[in-house]
Design a protein around this ligand. Structure first.
Ligand SMILES: Nc1nc2c(ncn2[C@@H]2O[C@H](COP(=O)(O)OP(=O)(O)OP(=O)(O)O)[C@@H](O)[C@H]2O)c(=O)[nH]1
Length: 523
């Protein structure tokens, strides 16, 4: 029989520390590759491959994924499980792998429910993952007589939590990945419950992700070792594009270009690899200690930058104040480096295509207003922003990195405070966005940054001079004669009578302002 056609589907296994991610990944691989639902002998042959948190198993391609009614006899679906660490490094690892995670399994310890990192994983999932399955693990720890009721209660609680997320209504499955919780998950005799149900749910929620060989080849290396007489092997995942044997790859962190001698996918030699594939790439010899983890690409595809213009969206679970000019851990693509962040907002309704935004597009003299802690007041929608509140329509930031970062264009950016005590029960992820422009010319930055003026949030008091009409009053003593009132248009005003209005513009030449009281119309 000819070699089977294998489709690959990447599953991220995430959850709080000790929820049972590793146990579940192991049990899932074993159950799936030995269970009766696999009639194809090839799937067993491929078995489990374990390396640094990655494992994989194959099943027959489920019917709903069969292309155009073709027979699936010789088609396999390979699941690659990415068992993500539950600790602080989680964010780095997950964001690193997020571009290839097609579905996330969120593991919850059923005896504990949502924990801090469960929430963080949910946040990361919302940013990066199209689909999710929740697994309530360790059901064996629930007393038999109360098991059903407790599972129901926890399921309801999870459903409620998920209601406000993109994952509302996602499947919730109960398991015991390691009945009795033997400390040694390598123990062959471990017993599990609910795994068949999980595999069935996983299959039902699997889709064939679009993988493209187009675009610049970018490969995330998670392991590197040398084979005497052959070369150095880098194992990892193709994030973008594709590459073939004999092509050259660049290792930006080492500033070298190497020729690809051979490649393997799950122990079988291959000539080409494309986006989403997990592979080992053997290149001409170099010291593997110099590259434990990192990115590799076609020469020139990954610029190194010192600063960046990014788009910004606040994470609602992050409760601390976010001040402009403060420092965050900034994960840009695959690297996490401290950065000083200057936030600013675009208030103008000017039609700007975010994809084409660069610092050159901004007219820093008049179009935009900047505030500190502005991000905390993010508008929920464009209509809210343009309805006359002082909310920016879009938010941006300039990040100045403490050391240079090598990253793909338009990559994901996440701002977090990873030094927050993990036990403090607080979400550490503050905002996310995309890289809009990398800046490697620090001189350019010194000319641009001073133009981003930060206005402190201030309350000014003035008096109503007179009512101009039913809905408009003229206010005085709010601004100085020389102030450009245009930059304050849209800001909120509250009258001592409790009515709320917005600044509509200047009035006359002496710093007076026209204030619209929309509520007056409704009364
Ligand atoms: N009773 C019971 N114990 C379990 C179950 N699943 C895992 N455990 C135990 O829980 C502990 C943590 O399991 P791991 O699989 O290492 O958890 P993890 O989430 O991968 O842990 P980190 O990677 O450290 O975050 C181990 O002692 C396991 O044996 C289960 O279903 N039932």
């Amino acid at each position: 029989m000819s070699a089977p056609i294998t489709f690959n589907f990447n599953v991220g296994v995430l959850g709080h520390v000790d929820s049972g991610k590793t146990s579940l990944s192991k049990a899932l691989s074993e159950v799936a590759s030995t269970a009766s639902f696999d009639k194809n002998p090839q799937s067993k042959e491929r078995g489990i491959t374990l390396d640094l948190g990655f494992s994989s198993f194959c099943v027959d391609l489920p019917d709903h994924l069969r292309p155009h009614g073709e027979s699936t006899d010789n088609m396999l679906l390979q699941y690659t499980l990415v068992d993500c660490p539950g600790h602080a490094s989680l964010i780095r690892t997950i964001i690193g792998g997020s571009q290839i995670i097609d579905l996330m399994i969120l593991v919850v310890d059923v005896t504990k429910g949502m924990q801090t990192q469960t929430a963080e994983c949910l946040v990361i999932g919302e940013i990066t993952c199209p689909k999710m399955i929740v697994v309530l693990n360790k059901i064996d720890l629930l007393p038999a007589e109360k098991q059903k009721a407790m599972i129901e209660k926890m399921t309801k609680r999870m459903q409620k939590t998920l209601e406000s997320t993109r994952f509302a209504g996602c499947p919730i499955v109960c398991t015991a990945a390691n009945v009795g919780g033997s400390k040694d998950i390598q123990d062959e005799s471990t017993e599990s419950l609910g795994l068949d149900d999980l595999v069935a749910t996983l299959k039902a929620n699997t889709y064939l992700p679009k993988r493209s060989p187009e675009g610049s080849f970018i490969f995330s290396v998670d392991h590197c070792f040398s084979i005497r007489g052959q070369g150095t092997v880098m194992t990892g995942t193709v994030l973008n594009g594709g590459i073939a044997v004999n092509d050259n790859v660049e290792i930006p962190s080492m500033k070298v270009v190497k020729k690809i001698k051979s490649m393997q996918m799950f122990k079988k030699p291959v000539d080409k690899i494309i986006q989403g594939d997990r592979a080992g790439i053997c290149v001409t010899q170099f010291d593997p200690k110099l590259l434990e983890r990192g990115l590799v690409c076609v020469p020139g595809a990954l610029p190194t930058i010192d600063a960046a213009l990014i788009s910004v969206e606040k994470i609602s679970y992050y409760k601390q104040q976010i001040n402009s000019k403060s420092k965050f851990h900034i994960t840009t693509g695959h690297e996490t480096v401290m950065g000083r962040v200057t936030f600013f907002g675009l208030y103008s309704s000017e039609n700007m295509d975010v994809g084409s935004i660069s610092l050159n597009n901004f007219d820093f003299s008049k179009e935009y207003v900047y505030q500190d802690e502005l991000i905390g007041k993010l508008a929920k929608s464009e209509s809210e922003a343009s309805a006359g509140t002082n909310q920016p329509i879009r938010q941006f930031a300039i990040v100045e990195y403490e050391k240079p970062v090598t990253c793909p264009e338009n990559c994901l950016v996440i701002g977090s405070k990873l030094d927050t005590d993990i036990h403090a029960n607080m979400c550490r992820i503050a905002f996310h966005g995309h890289l809009l422009e990398g800046i490697s010319d620090s001189q350019y930055l010194t000319t641009v940054l001073p133009k981003v003026k930060v206005y402190k949030t201030k309350v000014r008091e003035g008096q109503v001079e007179r009512c101009q009409d039913e809905y408009t009053v003229i206010g005085k003593n709010l601004f100085k004669k020389e102030t450009n009132i245009q930059t304050f248009v849209g800001l909120k005003v509250e009258l001592s009578t409790g009515e709320k209005g917005v600044i509509e513009g200047g009035f006359g030449q002496s710093g007076k302002a026209k204030i619209r009281i929309p509520d007056a119309r409704d009364n």
